[in-house]
Unconditional design. Sequence first.
Length: 255
Amino acid sequence: MVDITALKKVSEDLKKKEGQFRFIFESAPIGLLWSHAKVKSDGEGVEFVERLVNPTHTEITGLSREESNIPNVFNTISRPDHVAIKAEGIRKNLDTGDGQFSMEKCYTRPDGKETWVLITWLRRWVKYPYRYHEVSTLVDITDQKRISEEVVLAKTAAEKANKAKTQFLATMSHEIRTPMNGLVGVLHIMESIPPEEISKYLRIAQSSANDLLMLISDILDLSKIEAGKMVIEEVPYTIQEVVEHAAETVSYTHL
Protein backbone atom coordinates (compact mmCIF):
# COMPACT_ATOMS: atom_id res chain seq x y z
CA MET A 1 0.00 0.00 0.00
CA VAL A 2 1.12 3.56 -0.80
CA ASP A 3 -0.04 6.54 1.21
CA ILE A 4 -1.33 9.09 -1.34
CA THR A 5 -2.91 11.45 1.19
CA ALA A 6 -0.43 14.23 0.39
CA LEU A 7 -0.85 13.68 -3.34
CA LYS A 8 -4.64 13.88 -3.04
CA LYS A 9 -4.34 17.11 -1.07
CA VAL A 10 -2.05 18.62 -3.72
CA SER A 11 -4.51 17.54 -6.43
CA GLU A 12 -7.45 19.09 -4.57
CA ASP A 13 -5.49 22.31 -3.97
CA LEU A 14 -4.67 22.50 -7.67
CA LYS A 15 -8.32 22.02 -8.64
CA LYS A 16 -9.32 24.70 -6.16
CA LYS A 17 -6.78 27.18 -7.54
CA GLU A 18 -7.73 26.31 -11.10
CA GLY A 19 -11.36 27.04 -10.26
CA GLN A 20 -10.41 30.36 -8.71
CA PHE A 21 -8.30 31.44 -11.66
CA ARG A 22 -10.94 30.27 -14.16
CA PHE A 23 -13.59 32.29 -12.33
CA ILE A 24 -11.39 35.38 -12.44
CA PHE A 25 -10.57 34.84 -16.13
CA GLU A 26 -14.16 34.22 -17.21
CA SER A 27 -15.69 36.98 -15.05
CA ALA A 28 -13.19 39.79 -15.65
CA PRO A 29 -14.91 42.97 -16.93
CA ILE A 30 -12.05 43.54 -19.40
CA GLY A 31 -11.12 41.44 -22.38
CA LEU A 32 -8.41 38.86 -21.67
CA LEU A 33 -6.46 36.73 -24.12
CA TRP A 34 -3.81 34.26 -23.03
CA SER A 35 -1.63 32.49 -25.54
CA HIS A 36 1.27 30.06 -25.51
CA ALA A 37 3.34 30.32 -28.66
CA LYS A 38 6.61 29.20 -30.14
CA VAL A 39 8.82 30.67 -32.80
CA LYS A 40 8.74 28.75 -36.08
CA SER A 41 11.76 26.65 -36.92
CA ASP A 42 12.69 28.95 -39.81
CA GLY A 43 12.62 31.91 -37.44
CA GLU A 44 9.88 33.61 -39.46
CA GLY A 45 6.82 34.31 -37.33
CA VAL A 46 5.25 32.28 -34.54
CA GLU A 47 2.69 29.53 -34.18
CA PHE A 48 0.28 29.34 -31.29
CA VAL A 49 0.30 26.19 -29.23
CA GLU A 50 -2.75 27.30 -27.30
CA ARG A 51 -4.91 30.42 -27.05
CA LEU A 52 -7.74 31.30 -24.66
CA VAL A 53 -10.10 34.29 -24.64
CA ASN A 54 -12.71 35.27 -22.07
CA PRO A 55 -16.34 36.28 -22.77
CA THR A 56 -15.63 40.01 -22.46
CA HIS A 57 -12.94 39.72 -25.14
CA THR A 58 -15.36 38.08 -27.59
CA GLU A 59 -17.99 40.71 -26.74
CA ILE A 60 -15.60 43.57 -27.52
CA THR A 61 -14.15 42.15 -30.75
CA GLY A 62 -17.30 40.43 -32.01
CA LEU A 63 -15.25 37.29 -32.71
CA SER A 64 -16.14 33.94 -31.18
CA ARG A 65 -13.62 31.85 -29.25
CA GLU A 66 -13.13 29.65 -32.28
CA GLU A 67 -12.61 32.64 -34.59
CA SER A 68 -10.19 34.19 -32.09
CA ASN A 69 -7.89 31.19 -32.56
CA ILE A 70 -7.45 31.85 -36.30
CA PRO A 71 -3.90 33.18 -36.96
CA ASN A 72 -3.76 36.97 -37.50
CA VAL A 73 -7.55 37.22 -37.26
CA PHE A 74 -7.37 40.43 -35.23
CA ASN A 75 -5.40 42.11 -38.00
CA THR A 76 -8.35 41.54 -40.35
CA ILE A 77 -10.63 43.69 -38.19
CA SER A 78 -7.99 46.36 -37.48
CA ARG A 79 -7.06 49.48 -39.42
CA PRO A 80 -3.92 49.02 -41.55
CA ASP A 81 -2.08 51.85 -39.76
CA HIS A 82 -2.91 50.27 -36.39
CA VAL A 83 -1.61 46.91 -37.59
CA ALA A 84 1.67 48.58 -38.55
CA ILE A 85 1.95 50.37 -35.17
CA LYS A 86 1.25 47.10 -33.35
CA ALA A 87 3.86 45.20 -35.35
CA GLU A 88 6.51 47.85 -34.70
CA GLY A 89 5.63 48.07 -31.00
CA ILE A 90 5.82 44.31 -30.51
CA ARG A 91 9.09 44.13 -32.45
CA LYS A 92 10.70 46.76 -30.24
CA ASN A 93 9.22 45.79 -26.88
CA LEU A 94 8.39 42.07 -26.90
CA ASP A 95 10.45 40.19 -29.48
CA THR A 96 13.75 40.76 -27.69
CA GLY A 97 12.72 39.48 -24.26
CA ASP A 98 10.15 39.96 -21.54
CA GLY A 99 8.24 43.19 -22.04
CA GLN A 100 5.02 45.14 -22.26
CA PHE A 101 3.42 47.31 -24.95
CA SER A 102 0.18 49.33 -25.05
CA MET A 103 -1.71 51.28 -27.70
CA GLU A 104 -5.14 52.53 -28.67
CA LYS A 105 -6.67 50.89 -31.72
CA CYS A 106 -9.98 50.55 -33.49
CA TYR A 107 -11.66 47.26 -34.34
CA THR A 108 -14.29 47.03 -37.07
CA ARG A 109 -16.36 44.12 -35.80
CA PRO A 110 -17.96 41.60 -38.16
CA ASP A 111 -21.31 43.34 -37.57
CA GLY A 112 -19.82 46.62 -38.86
CA LYS A 113 -19.66 48.36 -35.47
CA GLU A 114 -16.46 50.26 -34.71
CA THR A 115 -15.02 49.71 -31.24
CA TRP A 116 -12.08 51.61 -29.81
CA VAL A 117 -9.94 49.75 -27.28
CA LEU A 118 -6.89 50.26 -25.13
CA ILE A 119 -4.90 47.09 -25.62
CA THR A 120 -1.86 45.96 -23.64
CA TRP A 121 0.38 43.00 -24.38
CA LEU A 122 2.50 41.39 -21.66
CA ARG A 123 4.97 38.72 -22.76
CA ARG A 124 7.09 36.33 -20.70
CA TRP A 125 9.58 34.08 -22.48
CA VAL A 126 9.70 30.51 -21.20
CA LYS A 127 12.80 29.53 -23.13
CA TYR A 128 14.02 32.51 -25.08
CA PRO A 129 13.95 32.67 -28.04
CA TYR A 130 11.77 29.60 -28.59
CA ARG A 131 8.59 29.79 -26.50
CA TYR A 132 6.65 32.42 -24.62
CA HIS A 133 3.41 33.07 -22.75
CA GLU A 134 1.51 36.23 -23.59
CA VAL A 135 -1.45 37.97 -21.99
CA SER A 136 -3.27 40.83 -23.69
CA THR A 137 -5.99 42.97 -22.13
CA LEU A 138 -8.72 44.89 -23.91
CA VAL A 139 -10.50 47.88 -22.38
CA ASP A 140 -13.42 49.30 -24.36
CA ILE A 141 -12.84 53.07 -24.62
CA THR A 142 -15.41 53.77 -27.35
CA ASP A 143 -17.50 56.05 -25.12
CA GLN A 144 -14.44 57.94 -23.90
CA LYS A 145 -13.28 58.49 -27.49
CA ARG A 146 -16.74 59.73 -28.49
CA ILE A 147 -16.90 62.12 -25.54
CA SER A 148 -13.38 63.34 -26.31
CA GLU A 149 -14.34 64.02 -29.92
CA GLU A 150 -17.50 65.83 -28.81
CA VAL A 151 -15.44 68.00 -26.45
CA VAL A 152 -13.06 68.89 -29.29
CA LEU A 153 -15.99 69.75 -31.59
CA ALA A 154 -17.64 71.83 -28.86
CA LYS A 155 -14.37 73.65 -28.20
CA THR A 156 -13.91 74.36 -31.90
CA ALA A 157 -17.49 75.65 -32.18
CA ALA A 158 -17.01 77.84 -29.11
CA GLU A 159 -13.79 79.28 -30.53
CA LYS A 160 -15.53 80.05 -33.83
CA ALA A 161 -18.44 81.70 -31.99
CA ASN A 162 -16.05 83.77 -29.89
CA LYS A 163 -14.14 84.84 -33.00
CA ALA A 164 -17.41 85.78 -34.72
CA LYS A 165 -18.45 87.88 -31.71
CA THR A 166 -15.08 89.63 -31.69
CA GLN A 167 -15.40 90.44 -35.39
CA PHE A 168 -18.98 91.59 -34.86
CA LEU A 169 -18.02 93.94 -32.03
CA ALA A 170 -15.12 95.33 -34.04
CA THR A 171 -17.45 96.02 -36.96
CA MET A 172 -20.11 97.56 -34.71
CA SER A 173 -17.52 99.78 -33.07
CA HIS A 174 -16.61 101.18 -36.47
CA GLU A 175 -20.24 101.50 -37.55
CA ILE A 176 -21.19 103.35 -34.35
CA ARG A 177 -18.36 105.84 -34.73
CA THR A 178 -19.50 106.85 -38.23
CA PRO A 179 -22.94 108.29 -37.33
CA MET A 180 -21.60 109.57 -34.02
CA ASN A 181 -18.86 111.53 -35.79
CA GLY A 182 -21.42 112.81 -38.26
CA LEU A 183 -23.63 113.98 -35.43
CA VAL A 184 -20.75 115.70 -33.63
CA GLY A 185 -19.54 117.28 -36.87
CA VAL A 186 -22.95 118.72 -37.68
CA LEU A 187 -23.41 120.15 -34.17
CA HIS A 188 -19.99 121.76 -34.49
CA ILE A 189 -20.98 123.40 -37.81
CA MET A 190 -24.29 124.63 -36.37
CA GLU A 191 -22.39 126.81 -33.94
CA SER A 192 -21.19 129.06 -36.75
CA ILE A 193 -23.91 129.05 -39.43
CA PRO A 194 -26.74 131.47 -40.14
CA PRO A 195 -30.13 130.62 -38.52
CA GLU A 196 -31.78 130.10 -41.94
CA GLU A 197 -29.49 127.12 -42.68
CA ILE A 198 -29.94 125.37 -39.34
CA SER A 199 -32.88 123.23 -40.49
CA LYS A 200 -30.71 121.51 -43.11
CA TYR A 201 -28.11 120.50 -40.54
CA LEU A 202 -30.77 119.50 -38.02
CA ARG A 203 -32.10 117.02 -40.58
CA ILE A 204 -28.62 115.54 -41.05
CA ALA A 205 -28.10 115.38 -37.28
CA GLN A 206 -31.44 113.64 -36.82
CA SER A 207 -30.59 111.16 -39.58
CA SER A 208 -27.24 110.35 -37.92
CA ALA A 209 -28.96 109.93 -34.54
CA ASN A 210 -31.50 107.54 -36.10
CA ASP A 211 -28.67 105.54 -37.68
CA LEU A 212 -26.97 105.31 -34.31
CA LEU A 213 -30.19 104.18 -32.65
CA MET A 214 -30.69 101.46 -35.26
CA LEU A 215 -27.13 100.18 -34.72
CA ILE A 216 -27.64 100.02 -30.97
CA SER A 217 -30.92 98.16 -31.56
CA ASP A 218 -29.09 95.69 -33.84
CA ILE A 219 -26.52 95.04 -31.12
CA LEU A 220 -29.27 94.35 -28.61
CA ASP A 221 -30.82 91.93 -31.11
CA LEU A 222 -27.68 89.75 -30.95
CA SER A 223 -29.36 87.53 -28.37
CA LYS A 224 -32.22 86.94 -30.82
CA ILE A 225 -29.75 85.88 -33.49
CA GLU A 226 -28.08 83.39 -31.13
CA ALA A 227 -31.47 81.97 -30.15
CA GLY A 228 -32.51 81.66 -33.80
CA LYS A 229 -35.46 84.00 -33.28
CA MET A 230 -34.33 86.86 -35.47
CA VAL A 231 -37.01 87.85 -37.98
CA ILE A 232 -35.70 88.93 -41.38
CA GLU A 233 -37.80 91.65 -43.02
CA GLU A 234 -37.90 92.59 -46.70
CA VAL A 235 -38.03 96.39 -47.11
CA PRO A 236 -38.01 98.14 -50.51
CA TYR A 237 -35.16 100.58 -51.12
CA THR A 238 -33.18 102.19 -53.90
CA ILE A 239 -29.41 102.09 -54.20
CA GLN A 240 -29.31 105.83 -54.97
CA GLU A 241 -31.03 106.74 -51.69
CA VAL A 242 -28.73 104.49 -49.68
CA VAL A 243 -25.58 105.91 -51.28
CA GLU A 244 -26.73 109.53 -50.94
CA HIS A 245 -27.66 108.99 -47.28
CA ALA A 246 -24.31 107.37 -46.49
CA ALA A 247 -22.36 110.06 -48.35
CA GLU A 248 -24.23 112.81 -46.58
CA THR A 249 -23.52 111.32 -43.16
CA VAL A 250 -19.85 110.57 -43.84
CA SER A 251 -19.21 114.02 -45.29
CA TYR A 252 -19.42 115.49 -41.79
CA THR A 253 -17.57 112.83 -39.82
CA HIS A 254 -14.18 114.56 -40.03
CA LEU A 255 -15.27 118.10 -39.36
